[in-house]
Design a protein. Structure first.
Length: 274
């Protein structure tokens, strides 16, 4: 593991911030200035309590503590429309961190919901938890409204998947994504009329995936609300409010992390059954 990744896991710094700290010469390993190519020895990963005696990392003179078992907290936020899932915005738009309690200001989001979308957003103070949840193939379930009838072509594409060489429609104007492949998705048609409503289940959550999908069929998404992410459900949580994970959700999270490390595919299949 590279040093910047190791620092990001065991501190408040991101990999990019860790890179800058290393370049600035304020990171030392055993009192020797580190460099961009420094590698963390396997013993620090596999047996931290033993390694701490022979592998010490200092940032601005303060020792990085990585030998203790790291706990974590996870919360659910019902993100409203009109908030950006980001730490800062050059256009001055409202951020989720403007709304949630300041004690969660160091929490990191599991993925994104775009500015015009709402619904369930998981945040945690543990980078490993965030990374593993974000990179999982857990079901993401959404309730959406579109300004169109649901056509047979849409239904076929939802069942069979879709490959677009031009997927700019529905995306952000500044997005660099040009192509996108859409896997088959589970869906339930709730209402089919000039303004249609449906429930869809996807497993990746690519950049504006659903907006791009329906834009291909000249349909705009009017409302998009995420109602569940794997074993976590939005339920009746009011818009703009947060809650801690329940005891059951923490148990599922612990089980998920353990089985992800063990590559327990049976458990993944159970999680991904819509």
């Amino acid at each position: 593991m590279r040093l910047n990744q190791f620092i990001s896991i065991h501190s408040k710094y991101s990999r990019r911030e860790a890179d800058k700290l290393i370049l600035d010469g304020v990171v030392k390993i055993n009192h020797t200035i580190a460099n961009q190519h420094s590698i963390v020895p396997s013993i620090a990963l596999n047996n931290p309590s033993k390694a701490i005696k022979e592998f010490k990392v200092f940032i601005n003179g303060k020792k990085l503590c990585y030998d203790k078992k790291r706990g974590y907290t996870a919360i659910v936020y019902h993100k409203p429309k009109g908030e950006l899932v980001s730490k800062k915005d050059s256009y001055g738009r409202k951020l989720i961190y403007d709304s949630i309690d300041s004690k969660y200001s160091h929490f990191m989001p599991v993925g994104r919901l775009d500015f015009a979308s709402e619904g369930l957003l998981i945040l945690s103070d543990n980078k490993e938890v965030v990374s593993k949840l974000m990179n999982s193939c857990m079901n993401r379930i959404y309730i959406i409204k579109i300004d169109s009838n649901i056509t047979q072509n849409m239904i076929n594409a939802m069942k069979q998947g879709l490959e677009l060489k031009n997927a700019k429609a529905g995306g952000h104007p500044l997005s660099k994504i040009k192509q996108m492949n859409f896997m088959p998705m589970e869906f339930e048609i709730i209402k089919n009329s000039n303004i249609s409503k449906l429930k869809v289940c996807i497993k990746e959550g690519k950049n504006r995936e659903l907006r791009r999908f329906f834009a291909f069929f000249n349909a705009n998404i009017l409302d998009l609300r995420r109602v569940s992410y794997g074993f976590v459900n939005l339920n009746a949580l009011p818009v703009g409010k947060t809650r801690f994970f329940t005891k059951q959700e923490y148990a599922e999270l612990k089980r998920f992390i353990k089985n992800k490390n063990d590559k327990d595919l049976t458990y993944y299949k159970q999680l991904n059954d819509c």
